[in-house]
Write a protein that binds this ligand. Sequence first.
Ligand code: NAP
Length: 264
Amino acid sequence: MKNFCVIGCPIEHSKSPALHEAGFVEMDIDATFEAVEVQPEDLASWVRDELPNYQGVAVTLPHKESIRELLPAETEAASAIGAVNTIYREKDGTFIGTNTDGLGALKALLTLGTSLEGKSVLILGAGGASRAVTFALSKSGADVWVWNRTADKARALAQDMNVNFLEDWSVVPPENIDIVINTTSVGLRKWESLLPEDFWRPTHIAFDIVYEPLETRFLSDAEAAGAQVITGDHMLTYQALEQFRIWHGVELEAEVMNAAFFER
Ligand code: NAP
């Protein structure tokens, strides 16, 4: 039996156990997946004493950045994003930190079946999630622009990821943008959006990574204008599908985790 877990603080609302357990049932894998609360001051001792008991670990807030220095190695994605959300073991037992959040966002976008090559993408936000999303988009062939309330953070992120910085999103005509991604926490449990209703066009694709609620004001306004929309649960399940692939070496149907997301 192989053991997996997600660590964070708080952790009781994590969807990871439900998503991965659904995968175990579907693929007939003999494994456990638990949610473990680890206080920030206990992270180093947890990594030293408990990590060896697991085959793989999902890492969530507030440990995504602080765990990096406690791991012996990390992937290029984890280094570029500056955060680890997944730990796996090499064949020789070495623990490696990686990050599946950006790929999750990219795969969520690709569900619409449109190529990103040459598409103009406006990313709102320059926090932790934006780093992952911007990293993945920077390698997709899209023309990426980053805006953030605190402009210096967007400027630094754009420079790190070799994409474009936008000081004021309103100077760009909406018609010149194909895809808008909200990576800020605006809309989280509040009916508000960074963009005005009249911004939206039927040609737009709107992707909100906020998933509480799934139908945010950002997406509601976009949909009312005839735009295509992608809800935040897709990024969550696609990043978990990528974890599943890394840990078990198998591709799981997205539908298995999508269904599990709504079960609990
Ligand atoms: P974070 O690092 O704290 O970043 C927060 C971002 O939101 C910053 O860009 C911040 O701008 C911006 N922001 C906050 N309040 C704002 C306001 N009133 N006006 C304009 N901008 C504002 O948080 P995070 O970890 O990136 O997470 C952001 C959101 O993504 C959360 O809602 C989280 O639940 C969600 N998320 C979803 C997934 C998924 O799988 N779907 C994964 C990760 C995160 P400043 O820099 O100016 O403060």
